[in-house]
Ligand binder design. Structure first.
Ligand SMILES: O=C(O)c1cc(=O)[nH]c(=O)n1[C@@H]1O[C@H](COP(=O)(O)O)[C@@H](O)[C@H]1O
Length: 282
């Protein structure tokens, strides 16, 4: 079971050890929620109920949950309350499962203090996604929270991610995403709390990142709705232990059914993805 003193990475490793590599992305759009979830509930209640039912149905199968704050901010106060309640529910009912707040934050150091307070202290997330553009110095407030995960965008899954991320830079003329990956693994990770984001839609780039960083945790979104290939992802993304992957899918799991059986359908989709991942993990 969970132990509040355990770091993000320790929790993650415990889940990997048990064969769990799927991260369920909690990205609810009110308009897409099943009618049975919306009926008789306020927006806040419906968003909260939907996510908590998904957590109950999938908790024994996942390595992490990843609520994306954009989907909650879209509903103002009601959405943010739903996000807070969802994270609190997950942590109370399944403390062994880390919750990643997908917020893609980062600013100058003094401003980052605000992000650290809101994500880690107020919302109680175990990890946060950030972009690397401002450099290590600015990231100190995140990086010094040794108990929390700092997950840095390297090569994102979107079709246009190459505009900046693939630019050849430095003496070695290597793509920028690879320099980000190397710097984070070598220089940002003094507290052993960093991870990287690499999209499943770029298996060749995923392989290059894995070769560059060794046994380092990678958050890999892009399976399901974005069309990433599971076999190619796992073959390129697994580390020397067959671990190291937080494989996220949001829409293909949370909207597996739009009916009253949505939670059961989400469970089946999660189980099918887990089985496929483990088939290729070797
Ligand atoms: O940081 C992320 O999680 C992320 C990085 C990335 O490169 N691509 C990406 O899709 N994501 C997030 O992962 C989730 C993907 O959702 P689905 O495409 O529905 O599985 C969304 O919350 C995205 O914001």
């Amino acid at each position: 079971m969970g132990d509040e003193s355990m770091t993000f990475l320790k929790r993650l490793e415990q889940r990997w050890q048990q064969g769990h590599f799927v991260c369920v992305g909690l990205d609810p759009e009110y308009e897409r929620l099943p009618a049975s979830v919306k009926e008789g509930r306020s927006q806040e209640e419906a968003l909260t109920h939907f996510a908590c039912e998904l957590i109950d149905a999938t908790a024994d199968l996942v390595c992490a949950y990843k609520p994306n704050i954009a989907f909650y901010e879209a509903y103002g106060d009601a959405g943010l309350r739903a996000l807070g309640r969802t994270i609190a529910y997950s942590k109370k009912s399944r403390p062994e499962i880390p919750v990643i707040l997908d917020a893609k934050r980062a600013d100058i150091g003094s401003t980052n203090l605000g992000y650290v307070s809101s994500s880690f202290d107020l919302l109680q997330a175990d990890a946060i996604t950030v972009h690397p553009y401002l450099g290590k110095e600015a990231m100190a407030p995140f990086l010094k929270r040794a108990d929390k995960g700092v997950i840095v965008l390297a090569k994102t899954s979107n079709p246009g991610s190459g505009e900046f991320q693939d630019l050849l830079v430095g003496e070695q003329k290597e793509p920028l995403y690879l320099t980000v990956a190397r710097n984070v693994a070598r220089y940002w990770n003094d507290n052993g709390n960093c991870a990287l984001v690499v999209g499943a839609t770029y298996p060749a780039e995923l392989k290059r990142v894995r070769e560059a960083v060794g046994d380092f945790p990678l958050l890999i979104p892009g399976i399901g709705a974005q069309g990433g290939d599971v076999a190619a992802t796992v073959q390129a993304g697994r580390d020397s232990r067959g671990w190291g992957m937080i494989i996220n899918s949001s829409r293909s799991i949370i909207y597996a059914s739009s009916s009253t059986d949505f939670a059961q359908a989400a469970r089946s989709a999660t189980a099918a993805l887990e089985a496929e991942i483990n088939r290729y993990r070797g």
